[in-house]
Design a protein around this ligand. Structure first.
Ligand code: SF4
Ligand code: MSK
Length: 665
């Protein structure tokens, strides 16, 4: 039975809850209903079902669930569990990296003038990347450098031996561990293909050996696909810096054309940002009775345009159907990844047009307007016009909610460095010092999807609140950021209200929120380079492993999250995922991921459904790392000596060439 309050139990977000309740009354189905109806298969859920050949599927259940149980071919439970897990890593790595490949092609086409709508906007970032790749840039034409950067990075996809270019960005000690245990990634495609080969019928049967290849593939994702994607997006569209925006369903406007960009790829969305402010297009919207064109986003395409232009977000993964149910969305254009096919069918009950735009992704029931980087503006204009043309078809049907929250996003590695010392003296010293003094207890990367199998966004909210209360600085990405944004947690005021005393002081001094929105899912790579910079700064660990830092994805659902979790574990970060374990059927595999990986890489991967236990484990890891580094014991409200953090006024002085304030105590 539905009631007006039942939506609140399905999502922790009050605005989402209102729409879910309305949908129940209107008998409109959502992912929350389907999650309720389709209980997870208990065999597949724990990784105990093998379907890699047609002698199976072999389900090791019941009396088969003993450790000695085997499939028809003789594969053990641990082999099957490890194989399934490695295939998830390969799937996730493919998604991020295929996106990265397209970004490289776009940079190349922009640099050669073939894609006339794209240009290199951030020359400083281009030069930074060229420097890392050993490409000469001084005195050369910008586009020539861009072309060389694209061609060099493209080699990383098909590289057959050696190592990925960006491996050299990791701290030396981290690289040594990778070499010692044979997980330095060679080529991105090679690692994915080898993982698929080794997990097919009758190849690799040793769980540890399989999982080692899984880590190598995950590193190809983190230090390959994700990092390449973030860098090229910055080069083409600008490295993010703090920007104000808004989040939740209240971003939709009753009197304007509402167009949503959804998925993961920033390229077409960037051009749509330009097109919606084109005066001729605005006039066209007015001719159809609208006051203007309102662009919003969802999931990670939203994060990309939010980080660089302050385009508002309607939220994360579980909000996509609910957005359509407001009745205010005239068109939603989707590229790749995390798009529920259900939105096409649902849109028929409203006036919303669902427009697929990727060559790689079509949805039955949606309109397809194919994007090509060589004619991007044309595609963008067609889509914007379709949204405008659909505005007069809007009816009053829908659950109009007005809730929205202000937020600040746009925290790139480069900006975080800048905010700690200005253009000339940017560093990670103040952050390291604040951690050493115990003002900041540690850092948590709070990331990953939101999920209809828990009160959606609720685990993110709980952990965000508790961690900052415990003086833990949060860096967030993907739908984790959307969950915090739609809760109103991404403003500096949050620090005043909710953060512990040490973290609050740091946030007030620098003028930042206690939760830093770093961008989309691929931007998790920014956390890797930040951790590397903190290691290089000194005073904490000399490698990524051993830092008082933890990764948490409490509501994950995507294979991409698994690839991300594994590249953090292999890089030296303990990682805790929520939900039931996809390797829960094998204690041997669980032990490899929590104990063996920790011994080898100082990182691990846990699965823990209880959010209280996730919190306790994260703090335990942080405090253990502080102890091992012989840092001051964390005590709320009691800090050791540390350098003075620079406020905005002091930073401006430095940028003007003034003296650096005294930073030692
Ligand atoms: Fe069964 Fe072995 Fe085939 Fe898997 S590979 S389905 S365990 S026979
Ligand atoms: S969109 S991968 S639901 S975070 Fe990057 Fe969100 Fe998870 Fe997709």
């Amino acid at each position: 039975m539905s009631d007006v309050h039942s939506g609140i139990k399905k999502s922790a977000d009050a605005a989402a809850g209102k729409i879910i309740s309305w949908a129940e009354i209107e008998k409109l189905e959502t992912c929350f209903d389907r999650a309720n109806r389709l209980k997870p298969c208990p065999i597949g859920e724990t990784g105990a079902c093998c379907r890699v050949c047609h002698m199976g599927p072999c389900r090791l259940v019941g009396k088969n669930a003993e450790e000695e149980a085997v499939g028809v071919c003789g594969a053990s439970l641990s082999t099957i569990v490890a194989r399934n897990f490695v295939r998830m890593i390969a799937g996730g790595t493919s998604a991020h990296s295929d996106h990265a490949r397209d970004m490289v092609h776009t940079l190349h086409a922009a640099a050669t003038g073939e894609a006339k709508d794209f240009h290199i906007r951030d020359v400083k970032k281009l030069y930074k990347v060229a420097g890392i790749l050993g490409i000469e840039f001084e005195g050369r034409a910008v586009n020539d450098v861009g072309k060389d950067v694209a061609e060099t990075l493209l080699q990383d996809f098909g590289r057959q031996g050696g190592e990925l270019n960006y491996v050299r960005r990791a701290p030396g000690k981290t690289q040594e561990r990778w070499k010692k245990y044979g997980i330095t990634p060679r080529g991105i495609d090679r690692e994915v293909v080898e993982s698929m080969h080794r997990t097919t019928m009758g190849v690799d049967h040793d769980p540890d050996h399989l999982l080692t290849q899984g880590l190598r593939t995950a590193l190809a994702d983190g230090w390959g696909g994700c990092m390449v994607s973030s860098d090229i997006t910055d080069i083409l569209f600008g490295t993010p810096k703090p920007v104000k925006a808004e989040a939740s369903f209240g971003i939709f406007k009753e009197d304007e054309v509402n167009l949503i960009v959804h998925g993961h790829e920033p390229t077409l969305a960037e051009i749509i940002v330009e097109v919606v402010s084109d005066p001729a297009m605005v006039e066209y919207a007015k001719s159809k009775g609208a006051k203007g064109i309102n662009l919003g986003g969802m999931c990670c395409t939203a994060n990309e345009v939010l980080m660089r232009h302050g385009i508002p977000t309607a939220g994360g993964f579980t909000n996509q159907e609910l957005g359509i149910m407001t009745g205010l969305v005239d068109a939603i254009t989707v590229d790749v990844q995390c798009i529920m096919p259900a939105i096409a069918k649902l849109s028929k009950k409203f006036h919303t047009k669902v427009i697929t735009n990727s060559k790689k992704a079509m949805i039955p029931g949606a309109v397809h307007v194919e994007y090509d980087e060589h004619s991007a503006r044309e595609t963008a204009e067609t889509i914007v016009r379709m949204a405008i043309d659909n505005f007069p078809n809007r009816t009053t049907k829908g659950s109009h909610v007005t809730d929205k929250f202000p937020l600040i996003a746009g925290f790139s590695h480069e900006y975080i460095e800048y905010m700690q010392g200005g253009s000339w003296r940017g560093s990670f010293r103040p952050l390291n010092d604040a951690i050493m003094a115990g003002r900041i207890r540690g850092v948590v990367g709070l990331a990953g999807c939101d999920n209809p199998r828990v009160p959606s966004t609720g685990l993110h909210r709980f952990l965000a609140e508790e961690l900052i209360k415990n003086d833990v600085l949060i860096v967030s990405t993907g739908c984790g950021s959307a969950a915090c944004g739609t809760a109103g947690y991404l403003t500096p005021e949050t620090a005043l209200e909710m953060a512990g005393p040490g973290l609050r002081e740091v946030c007030e001094a620098i003028g930042i929120p206690p939760i830093l929105h770093l961008g989309s899912c691929v931007d998790n790579s920014r956390i890797l380079t930040i951790a590397t910079a903190m290691a290089a700064e000194g005073g904490l660990s000399e490698e990524i492993g051993g830092m008082p830092a933890v990764g948490i994805a409490p509501e994950w659902m995507s294979e991409k999250a698994i690839a991300i979790g594994c590249y953090f574990a292999a890089s030296g970060v303990p990682v805790i995922f929520g939900g039931h374990s996809p390797v829960g059927a094998s204690k041997e595999v669980e032990d490899i991921m929590t104990k063996v990986w920790f011994d080898r890489f100082m990182g691990s991967l846990h699965f823990e459904p209880d959010p209280e236990k996730i919190l306790a484990l994260a703090l335990q890891y942080i405090d253990a790392a502080r102890d091992a580094l012989k840092l001051r014991k964390y005590e709320p409200g009691k800090f050791g000596a540390e350098r003075v953090l620079l406020d905005m006024a002091a930073r401006r002085e430095i940028d003007k060439g003034g003296a650096r304030p005294h930073v030692g105590l």
